[in-house]
Design a protein. Structure first.
Length: 460
């Protein structure tokens, strides 16, 4: 039997936009607009309007969470639900009623609620003014955050962003998030600066508004592994570490943009780039209280081949490209390598590089296509032994790191109930609970009962 530390938090993560649907909402966001204009890009033409209707079924879903024993749940406020009018900052009464009720119900259920300010969402009003490419973005979102904090002062914990690299990389290099512009390193690096500047401005608003509570950020800082020990591939991995990990961790935790990131990327790719004294002070004075780390797959890299032209699947081919591990084990539904040992590396890196920063695994999970068709038994239960094994393998390595002194404080699955997932919609199911899109019926999978026992025993 493997036991985890006392007070270890077992939880689940999701987001507002992926679960609530778009009912009772006045404003359009980037995903609704993209689906309206290009529904064929979304798997099975399923957009963000209905999702799993958590807006209407919140209490039923909470009963399932209570039954599972989860101790905490992370989701997010929808920017375009919160307001009726963005320019006037007119707050939606319906949104206030819903979120206040949700906060109260979770508190009554004894489940810690962690709310996010932003999870891949951009109001179209601001997207049309430049979105993440505008130096005004930090003010837009910190004004919103200030209104949210004032409206909901009793939330247990907050996070600023979920995976801030993703809308930058996917929107400005890979065409997988709106605005899906032609790949541009200039746009990418500008967006990474603006989003981390926004992180600091949100924290500044939080400190002015909320006392004696914590705010953090969710990052997907996967270790970057060179294809071999050659100098060129080790250098490629060093650059990848700087882009994917060091920049976001250092800026969020220390309030300092790595000098090499400024020199190599911001100064080089952004015309006239300069960090003002006020911006540098804001970054330095507004750092996170904790970090959540999402981990799904390792990042293996190698130096690009000279004179070879790569497509958008290799957005950083000026510096490095993906190395495919021929000996790896892959989730064929996603094409992602399953390497549970990397969660040990993450934990050890946090211990060695950021020993004073509380952190937890904020997402871990496996998405399977055609899960209901392939793995449902005669009683209608999804027998997802692969998901149980996935969790056990990762928890084995996480436990090893904790035994060696890593201060990981919790493990959150992605996700509690199957939810809508961007362009993939419902192609790959991740939940402990299955959802029927026609009837919206919820049915716990085998992994639900396994995770319940893990929580009950604080181990397995």
């Amino acid at each position: 039997m493997i036991y985890f530390p006392k007070n270890f938090i077992w939880g689940a993560s999701s987001s507002g936009i992926q679960t609530e649907g778009s009912v009772h909402k006045s404003l359009k966001n980037n995903w609704e607009h993209w689906f309206d204009t290009n529904p064929e890009l979304f798997f099975d033409n399923v957009g963000p309007y209905k999702t799993i209707n958590h807006r209407e079924k919140m209490r039923d879903d909470l009963k399932l969470m209570k039954k599972s024993g989860i101790m905490a749940y992370r989701t997010s406020i929808q920017w375009t639900r919160f307001y009726d009018d963005l320019e006037k900052r007119t707050i939606s009464n319906d949104a206030v009623t819903f979120y206040k009720e949700m906060i109260k119900e979770f508190k009554n259920a004894g489940i810690k609620l962690i709310l996010g300010i932003n999870h891949f969402e951009m109001p179209m009003l601001y997207q049309n003014k430049g979105g993440l490419l505008s130096r005004d973005f930090p003010k837009w979102i910190s004004d919103y955050a200030e209104d949210v904090f004032k409206t909901f002062p009793n939330v247990d914990e907050w996070v600023t962003f979920n995976e801030p690299i993703v809308p930058c990389e996917m929107g400005y290099l890979m065409k997988l998030h709106f605005p899906a512009l032609e790949p541009s390193l200039s746009n990418y690096f500008l967006s990474t600066f603006n989003i981390m500047m926004a992180n600091a401005k949100i924290i500044e608003a939080f400190r002015k508004t909320i006392k004696n509570k914590n705010i953090g950020i969710i990052l997907n800082t996967t270790p970057c592994i060179p294809a071999d020990d050659s100098t060129k591939n080790r250098e490629a991995a060093t650059i990848a570490e700087l882009i994917f990990n060091e920049y976001f961790l250092s800026t969020a935790i220390k309030g300092i943009i790595p000098e090499e990131y400024v020199k190599r990327f911001l100064n080089k790719y952004i015309d006239g780039f300069k960090i003002s004294n006020d911006e540098a002070r804001t970054l330095k004075e507004n750092v996170v209280d904790f970090v959540g780390i999402n981990y799904y797959f390792p990042r293996r890299v190698k130096a690009p081949e000279p004179n070879k032209i790569y497509d958008t699947s290799e957005p950083f081919s000026s510096f490095f490209v993906t190395h495919h591990n021929k000996n790896g084990f892959f989730n064929e539904s996603r094409g992602w390598e399953i390497a549970p040992e990397m969660i040990y590396t993450i934990a050890k890196n946090m211990k060695n590089l950021y020993p004073d920063t509380p952190w937890f695994i904020s997402e871990s999970g496996i998405g399977i296509q055609n899960e209901k068709k392939l793995f449902t038994d005669k009683e209608g239960i999804v027998v997802d032994n692969y998901r149980i094994e996935f969790f056990k393998q990762h928890l084995d390595y996480l436990h090893k790191a904790i035994q060696e002194g890593s201060q990981c404080r919790g493990f959150f699955v992605w996700t509690f109930i199957d939810n809508w997932s961007w362009l993939n919609a419902f192609k790959n199911r991740y939940g402990l609970v299955a959802v029927d899109l026609e009837t919206q019926a919820r049915t716990p999978k085998k992994s639900f009962h396994w995770f319940k026992n893990v929580i009950l025993n604080n181990g397995y």
